[in-house]
Unconditional design. Structure first.
Length: 143
């Protein structure tokens, strides 16, 4: 469950980091100024739409940090761990590979996903967020 007090502190951190007033922040993420005021005062909890607008408008804001307070702000560029798919000669010989076997790739090919288009080609999916029962989530977006 989202801790409203902690979320408010993180929202205030964002406002301070970007030197924004609550009203200019509301304008930037395209929400009503009263929405920001109600969240900052603790009257209301943020909606998923509100949170996603922050994540979309401010790429330095890590979604997991915003929701759970874990991670860092501003977001640090994580380099994905390298996957070593090559094998040594000793490993290959112990597996009894022959020259006709498929070679083990040394790099994984990265194929960009194609965006889903609705049958009428009027809409495309921008982001998918999967929420798990343990309170964690994954966000997938097509750039």
């Amino acid at each position: 469950m989202l801790n409203n007090t902690e979320f408010t502190k993180r929202l205030e951190n964002i406002l301070e980091y970007y030197s924004l007033s609550a009203s200019s922040f509301a304008d930037q993420i395209d929400v009503g100024r009263s929405s920001i005021s109600h969240i900052l005062s603790g009257r209301n909890k943020p909606s998923l739409d509100f949170i996603m607008k922050i994540a979309d408008s401010f790429p330095e804001v890590d979604l997991y940090w915003l929701l759970k307070g874990e991670g860092s702000f501003p977001k640090k560029e994580d380099t994905p761990p390298s996957i070593n798919t090559s094998t040594t000669v000793e490993q290959q010989s112990s597996l009894n590979f022959s020259e006709t076997d498929v070679p083990i790739p040394t790099q994984l090919d990265k194929v960009p996903p194609k965006p889903y288009k609705s049958p009428d080609d009027a809409k495309t999916i921008k982001k998918v967020v999967i929420l798990y029962t343990d309170g964690t989530f994954e966000a997938f977006s097509h750039l």
